[in-house]
Design a protein around this ligand. Structure first.
Ligand code: FMN
Length: 177
């Protein structure tokens, strides 16, 4: 079975996950970064039976280039993986999964998703701190700073290990479907 791991990553978190996904596969797969303005031909998705498509969460969904890619995939088995700044809450990941999964044409077979948190840039924390200075009692900002700090160590070794296992399980399931 031919497998492709294709992803978009702005600051490297999802790239790390993509490598873990590839490492978890029994078949050789080199992760490929998705370039904006891609063509199906350039990405050669037609040859692959199983596609792992990875993205960083952008405004509650996936980046535009991933939207384009997913909408153009047909008659394949497709699994998603992603990193998000937020997501101590599984329901948050589930909502994004549903939204992004809905981009796939129905002739594909959906194989599931793997999500974990991914660190954000320090400028985000600095922005929160500015807001907190003006509104020291703001509970939402306090939580945002706490979340920033929680995210700052992800993806960690455990996330990468879980991603590897996810890849191996999806591969096996795809063989049997
Ligand atoms: C412009 C922008 C928008 C973002 N929007 C969200 C969001 O809506 N929800 C979220 O959980 N994280 C959001 N994030 C955080 C990133 O998804 C997160 O840090 C991710 O791990 C980055 O992955 P990368 O290193 O592969 O680019 C956003 C980050 C940026 C830069």
């Amino acid at each position: 079975m031919k497998v492709k791991v294709i992803y978009c990553s702005h600051t490297g978190n999802t790239a790390q996950l993509a490598q873990a996904i590839a490492d978890g596969l029994p078949a050789a797969a080199v992760p490929r970064e998705l370039a904006a303005g891609f063509t199906d031909e350039e990405n050669e998705i037609d040859e692959d039976e199983l596609i792992f498509a990875g993205f960083w969460v952008d405004k509650g969904g996936c980046p535009e280039e991933m939207t384009e890619l997913l909408r153009g995939i047909h008659h394949r088995k497709v699994a998603l993986f992603a990193t998000a700044g937020f997501g101590q809450d599984a329901a948050y990941f589930a909502r994004i999964e549903q939204k992004v999964r809905a981009l796939l044409p129905v002739d594909n077979r959906y194989m599931g998703a793997f999500f974990c948190q991914g660190k954000m840039q320090i400028s985000v924390r600095q922005r929160y701190e500015e807001i907190q200075k003006r509104n020291p009692e703001d509970l939402k900002i306090k939580q945002s700073i706490e979340n920033f700090d929680l995210a700052s160590t992800h993806p960690d070794d455990q996330d990468l290990d879980h991603a590897k296992k996810f890849a191996a399980e999806v591969y096996l399931a795809a063989l049997n479907k």
